[in-house]
Design a protein around this ligand. Structure first.
Ligand code: GLU
Length: 486
């Protein structure tokens, strides 16, 4: 049973960009919340000062906003359980940590970095596992007070009892058990006074009343530490769901080396938010049938954590490109029009003047042939400028000595047309072919080449109607003058 109003959170560390795996985590949390009338919370986990990146939080928020994953509570928005940025909650962590120390569930550790290095090296030689040896657990009250008074740097560690089984149930992975001997006495509070991820994460999930923790599998090995913390504090644990790893096509862990991992990179490349969301949703989840195309609303309606699978999900950019094609086709024309105008303003055609009507015709003609907005320009530049060159292979294959004569006759027949529509061009072409006693094909390919410079494109008569009679005639004449066969 899912509680009445489940509360879930996306808790990224601001690294400077939103990783596609992070987007998937955010999306699953969002879908789960929307599906179950819950709340989706954004919490910034910025306690690692060494990794602080200027502007990273703003970037994260704006990328989530671009994706359309609005959060109910979080930075810049507020909510009952704020602040939602961990660096603004330091006093809370310190106080809670002191409670643990008082109960001996955590302890001060004054070990120097040199001692820790020496310990690690020694352990690696013998046991191959490096764990803190609880040296400081045995310090007397007086020694601790003395060290603190002297201002010695310290950390606070979790006091993990040996030889116990730490167990929890995970919606995705089922029953999970860890032997506490494999769990280190994790640092909870660092020497700079900041909490580690583990301490802050558990305290915040509790205080923000998070009911379900939905996050990537890379955090599974941290979960026993969290379970211990919940138990030590005497708090109820949330439900856990660890999402499968994202893999490169060669099944290695998804890495920057094999392609882009930042949502921002995909956005810059022209992927639509609809396609990206649909794509990341399928990385580990399916609706129980083979449906692959989903709008955000459809995903909300079908999502459940029970349908998330354990095995790693391969990140396949071809599939993303296919989804982009599908979502682009289904985007309302008005949106495509605006995006095309933006793309034109950024292109060599920025000074061209095109009416909405003209561009909408171009969109209709090219819709089935483009996967990206920019391809409206790259694949059919001839809608924006007469061709200056002509495809050499098509010339070789189609252009004969008598082509200029054929096209001259065609121009004559086209000239006689008044406000021609598709059928008028078609009839005029057939008539020309008959008069010349040649097949239609001889004309079809050479006109296309003349008006577009290319051998492929939308339906020929659509192309002619969009360009308009005068432009068509002028382009054919120019092609006849330009194209020379060897
Ligand atoms: N701050 C962690 C991250 O960067 C959060 C992990 C979790 O959701 O617990 O992904």
């Amino acid at each position: 049973m899912i509680s009445d109003c489940p509360r879930v959170r996306f808790a990224p560390s601001p690294t400077g960009y939103l990783h596609v795996g992070g987007l998937r985590t955010a999306l699953y949390n969002y879908l789960f919340a929307k599906r179950n009338n819950g709340k989706f919370i954004l919490r910034i986990e910025d306690t690692d000062r060494a990794r602080f990146v200027e502007g990273a939080v703003e970037n994260l928020i704006s990328t989530l906003k671009w994706c359309g994953l609005d959060y109910d509570e979080g930075p810049a928005k507020g909510g009952e359980y704020g602040p939602y940025v961990q660096s603004e909650r330091l006093a809370i962590y310190k106080e809670k940590c002191e409670e643990l120390i008082a109960q001996k569930k955590a302890y001060y550790c004054f070990c120097t970095p040199e001692r820790l290095t020496e310990l690690r090296e020694r352990q690696q030689k013998t046991t191959n596992q490096s764990k803190y040896d609880k040296h400081c657990l045995n310090l007397s009250k007086e020694e601790i007070a003395d060290n603190l008074a002297k201002g010695l740097p310290y950390v606070v560690r979790l006091n993990v009892e040996p030889d116990v089984i730490i167990a929890f149930d995970d919606i995705v992975r089922g029953h999970v058990e860890f032997n506490s001997n494999t769990v280190d006495d994790q640092v909870l509070l660092k020497s700079d006074g900041y909490p580690t991820y583990h301490l802050a994460n558990v305290i915040d999930d509790h205080m923000m009343k998070i009911t379900h923790v939905i996050r990537g599998e890379e955090w599974l090995s941290s979960t026993p530490k969290h379970v211990l913390l919940y138990d030590f504090f005497g708090w109820e644990k949330p439900v856990f769901a660890h999402l499968p790893l994202l893999l490169n096509p060669d099944k290695s862990k998804l890495s920057k080396r094999q392609g882009d991992v930042a949502v921002e990179d995909y956005r810059t490349k022209g992927f639509l938010k609809e396609a990206l969301l649909n794509f990341v949703a399928l990385l580990g989840w399916n609706a129980g049938d083979d449906k692959e195309y989903f709008s955000l609303q459809e995903m909300v309606e079908s999502f459940s954590l029970e349908r998330v699978n354990k095995s790693g999900a391969v990140f396949n950019v071809e599939k993303l490109t296919w989804l982009n094609f599908e979502h682009l086709r289904n985007l309302p024309d008005a949106e495509v029009l605006q995006a095309l105008r933006d793309a034109l303003a950024d292109s060599e055609f920025k000074d061209g003047v095109y009416t909405d009507e003209y561009l909408l015709h171009v969109i209709t003609a090219m819709k089935e042939r483009v996967s990206f907005i920019k391809e409206y320009i790259e694949k059919s530049p001839y809608f924006f400028k007469a061709p200056e060159s002509f495809d050499a292979d098509v010339i070789k294959k189609r252009w004969r000595e008598d082509t200029p004569k054929h096209l001259a006759k065609l121009v004559e027949n086209f000239s006689a047309l008044v406000n021609p529509v598709k059928e008028d061009y078609e009839q005029a072409l057939h008539k020309t072919a008959e008069e010349l006693e040649i097949g239609n094909g001889k004309l079809i390919h050479t006109i296309r080449l003349s008006v577009s410079g290319m051998g492929v494109g939308p339906g020929l008569y659509d192309l002619l109607v969009i360009l308009g009679k005068d432009e068509v005639i002028s382009r054919i004449n120019k092609a006849v003058q330009t194209i020379k066969i060897q």
